[in-house]
Design a protein around this ligand. Sequence first.
Ligand SMILES: Cc1cc2nc3c(=O)[nH]c(=O)nc-3n(C[C@H](O)[C@H](O)[C@H](O)COP(=O)(O)OP(=O)(O)OC[C@H]3O[C@@H](n4cnc5c(N)ncnc54)[C@H](O)[C@@H]3O)c2cc1C
Length: 410
Amino acid sequence: MTHSHWHATLDQEPLPGHELPPRAEVVVIGGGILGAMTTYWLTRAGVAPLVLEQGGPATGASGNNGGLCITGTPEPYPAAVQRLGRATAQEVWGLTLRGLAMLRSVVEQEGIACDLRPDGHLELAANPAQLAALTQAAGELQADGFQSSMVDRTAICTLLGLSPGDEVLGARYNEAAARLHSARLVHGLFAVTARRGARFCWQTPVTRLDISASPRQVVVTTPHGVVTASAVVVALNAWSSDLLPELVGIVRPVRGQALATAPVAPSLNLAFGVDLTPTGEYGQQTVDGAIVFGGCRALAPQRDVDIRERVPTPLVQDALDAALGRIFPSLAGLPIARRWAGLMGFTPDYLPVAGSVERLPGVWFAGGFCGHGMPFAGPFGRLLAEAALAGTLPPELEPYRLQRPTLRQG
Ligand SMILES: Cc1cc2nc3c(=O)[nH]c(=O)nc-3n(C[C@H](O)[C@H](O)[C@H](O)COP(=O)(O)OP(=O)(O)OC[C@H]3O[C@@H](n4cnc5c(N)ncnc54)[C@H](O)[C@@H]3O)c2cc1C
């Protein structure tokens, strides 16, 4: 696995690590943004959980992503409305909007230095059909009470501070979106929780979950020993089905790839997305000047679905080089400082899953963020923390339950 821009520029004191204790009130499995947010909300509720992670903090998708926080699922809003029904789509978009606000308030309140810039997002249209689709999406979002507007080329150049290639005809402007340094966010959240008593076992893969009969406890097995807990939160995203076979075929691992250029003078004032390939491209300029650009998965064999390797491939990386130069000709040929890959978790209906499985009472899970986990993580972490402490699934997680019909129709 190669280092992402985020890990290469993390620049933080290492987090503490602990010996595996025999018992913990709550165990959180997974050290990504969802595990970090769950741990954060547990400590806010006065509980100091034990975090078990097979690698280090943000080893998974959370430290290897694009650092964009955009409302909604990867599907355009009208497609999500059609698939999930308007009420559910509205609820999902609303939750992610609250997720962005939550991210801002937690980062501000806790003083987490993660370069969070709430400066919006432009979804660029690269042909007339895309322009029509984005216009429809903006209209439906507005009608359902969400900010969304269309902007023309002149406005794009002003907002971005850079001219896109001639094929760009317009864009949907989402003012609520943000960009950030994802590994610093995860690291910062864990650092805050460490001060409130959370403990961490890094390099500790969980190999199985069982239930002991009397007293009823969750038994968490690792190569370093066993820990029992009253409640466990599984925050494994792409790896979810390793511990919960019920999620095989429901949360599928999908490899995503990105690159970062060498630093350049400030040239991109906000994050952007564009569909040059069917699975889409996205990017941002970081505070230190690198252009982070990802996507082009559609060019990989089988779109890199059900892939576990986290190595970048020449096919996708060459396509990323070409796509960056195509969408912003003035950025063509910039030296590339880093190339990386990470694992996302995809569901058949592009909506995350959350809940519990009957055979493992006291175990709660969420995953399948379909490449859009950052805005879900705050609210999901809070709701999973609530579930772990109350022993029941909060109603806000109902749309994400495994029993929903759209999961089987996908
Ligand atoms: C290239 C790429 C670009 C992306 N861009 C964006 C973006 O711009 N915006 C956005 O919102 N989302 C993006 N995503 C998706 C986003 O990163 C994820 O949705 C989000 O990070 C998921 O967080 P998580 O905590 O659920 O999972 P992860 O961050 O993957 O964390 C799961 C953790 O579980 C650990 N683990 C696995 N198995 C075990 C085990 N048995 N025992 C213990 N630990 C285990 C893993 O090591 C990992 O650290 C991108 C993803 C990729 C790969």
